[in-house]
Write a protein that binds this ligand. Structure first.
Ligand code: MG
Length: 249
């Protein structure tokens, strides 16, 4: 069942979302050659706890850390560790905060120093595909119109959209109904109505969309080893006008 949030609940979603945005802002200034993903994780955990929030990912289905840190061919769900970022890498950071019972969830992909033109384009196309998608996140459209717009744009740029992982409704729980694919035919699924909160999160591969999970049971990598990027925000449908992006400041 899709939960529709009232104004009071949306205010709480906004507060959690803004904390998530601020954390991404903080981490974006820390991403550089030499830093480990575990150091980035510690910064995020401390930031959330200092602001009275809980890092939603920590312990979620047994996940051991506060952020997902996925480097290069890693798509999502990378576990922070002692690997140092190096010049030319790209890193996708996904994180969530629970504040006053409501969750914000967002992901960004960063370039580490100077990256290849192709990697830069991958990051930019992934981010832009989110905005192409949310052009349809309003009353008058159906859920699959969002994913269709994402897929059409990504494929027009020569990249592919991951099929095995999708976005989701969000609220008191990080993962609520409905699932939000980043692909598919338009005009299907639930009608979008004011008060729906969705985490829309294109995962885009340079090569084929096939992915696999590593032996640690978490880290998702591309099957062909080519690089991937991820961009996500939590949004709320506001009616017939543009949605509000809760995880941008
Ligand atoms: Mg998400």
């Amino acid at each position: 069942m899709i939960s529709i949030k009232n104004a009071k609940q949306i205010e709480k979603m906004r507060a959690a979302g803004h904390l998530v945005a601020a954390c991404h802002d903080l981490l974006s200034k820390e991403v550089r050659p030499g830093i480990t993903t575990l150091e980035l994780d510690a910064i995020a955990e401390k930031f959330f706890r200092d602001h009275g929030a809980y890092p939603t990912f920590l312990g979620y289905q047994g996940f051991p850390n506060s952020i997902c840190a996925s480097i290069n061919e890693e798509v999502v769900h990378g576990i922070p560790g002692n690997r140092k970022l190096k010049e030319g890498d790209i890193i996708s950071i996904d994180l969530g905060a629970t504040l006053d019972g409501y969750v914000g969830d967002a992901a960004r992909t960063h370039a580490v120093g100077q990256v290849s033109d192709e990697a830069r384009r991958l990051i930019d196309v992934t981010k832009e595909s989110f905005f192409r998608g949310i052009a349809y996140a309003k009353e008058g459209y159906r859920l699959s119109d969002i994913g269709h717009a994402v897929q059409e744009y990504v494929e027009s740029e020569g990249f592919s959209v991951v099929r095995d992982y999708v976005g989701h409704g969000i609220g008191r729980e990080m993962h609520e109904d409905p699932p939000v694919p980043n692909f598919g035919k338009p005009g299907h699924g639930p009608r979008l109505v004011k008060g729906m909160c969705l985490a829309i999160e294109p995962m885009v591969n340079i090569g084929h969309y096939d992915v696999e999970v590593l032996d640690n049971d978490w880290t998702v990598v591309t099957r062909d080893g080519k690089w991937a990027a991820h961009y996500e925000n939590t949004i709320v449908i506001t009616g017939k006008s543009d949605p509000e992006i809760l995880t941008l400041l």
